[in-house]
Design a protein around this ligand. Structure first.
Ligand code: NCD
Length: 317
């Protein structure tokens, strides 16, 4: 994507719309900033003055559990006023456009919008129409991008495996085709110089070569998982079953589920990751999801620190 919209001329972030093409130095700066936020992410008032008087609005045109809640908490830890705009009961239902909604809230003094939308490019389009001083964060648009999820996944990897991504083999498995998380993770892993990136899923749930650039592609999960340092499992988007893309849940688990036996083929200290929401017994065994190698809840926890860091970078530079 073009960076004219999301970067200032001097390279600082103006909006966070996508990780595509962002330099490693910028990603590392955001990850370092998040690490500094970790001690303050879950409790305390130490940073309550940092962004006091500034206002964040969550504008979610699609459902969310983790992303929206963690943005709310992140903003509150930084002392911001938080407005959770409820699309379902708003004039959007009367046909008001997303841009008119944003401008209306801008007129009330919102500084930063966190936006999720079902359409690819919808958040960038809003950023293009927003006032000069307004900031936007993409909290997931269509299949395209979920940059803060990509960053929090990198933070989780870095905390446990060190800063040198060139030593790592990371597998992303499941429905990559429809996953914005997969795209953002792939962009971040490439930028940070991950040694080997593997992907695995049913042929009809893998995206095109442009998305999988530089990846080793596997159709056999047993081979894909062998020796990996981390397995990022993706939700089987059950809504795809209606399209006939997935014949049966049992068959999917048999061929592409992360079972205890499969996990035993990975490196002994391999991390099990999942952005949530999980389908237990479909893409991941429940025991594996709750097991000692799982960092699924650590990812969620890191979401608060990572989002504090991104908010801070956008509003304080
Ligand atoms: C995902 C999303 O909405 O992109 N969840 C998340 O934000 N952690 C993934 C999904 O819905 O499968």
């Amino acid at each position: 994507m073009s960076h004219e919209l999301q970067l200032h001329p001097d390279g600082r972030l103006r909006h966070l719309l996508s990780l595509d093409g962002l330099p490693a130095s910028l990603l590392e700066e955001l990850l370092d900033r998040a690490e500094a936020m970790v001690p303050h992410a879950h409790a305390g008032t130490a940073l309550r003055d940092r962004l006091a008087g500034r206002t964040l609005c969550t504008l979610f045109f699609e459902t969310s559990t983790r992303t929206r809640s963690s943005f709310q908490l992140a903003a509150m830890r930084l002392g911001m006023d938080v407005l959770n705009f409820d699309v379902a009961t708003s004039s959007t239902k009367k046909g008001e456009s997303a841009l008119d909604t944003l401008r209306t809230l801008e007129a009330m003094g919102v500084d930063l919008f966190v936006v999720r939308h079902a359409d690819d490019g919808a958040v960038a389009a809003l950023a293009a129409g927003a006032a000069q001083g307004t900031r936007l964060i993409n909290a997931g648009d269509g299949r395209s991008s979920h940059p803060t999820q990509g960053l929090l996944d990198m933070l989780t990897l870095r905390q446990r495996k060190g800063r040198d991504f060139s030593r790592l083999t990371v597998l992303i498995a499941g429905d990559l085709k429809h996953s914005r998380v997969a795209r953002s993770d792939l962009q971040a892993l490439r930028a940070l110089g991950c040694g080997e990136i593997r992907v695995c899923g049913p042929a009809n749930l893998l995206p095109g070569d442009d998305v999988l650039r530089g990846c080793r592609v596997f159709n056999d999960f047993d081979q894909a998982v062998a020796g990996v340092d981390a397995a990022i499992m993706l939700r089987l988007q059950r809504e795809r079953m209606d399209e006939g893309l997935v014949p049966s849940l049992e068959g999917y688990y048999r061929d592409f589920g992360l079972s205890p036996e499969r996990l035993a083929r990975a490196a002994p200290d391999a991390l099990v990751m999942h952005p949530g929401p999980m389908n237990r017994g479909v893409e991941i065994d429940g025991g594996v999801a709750d097991g000692p190698q799982s960092v699924v809840l650590a990812q969620v926890g890191n979401g608060v620190a990572m989002r504090m860091a991104v908010i801070d970078a956008l509003l304080r530079g």
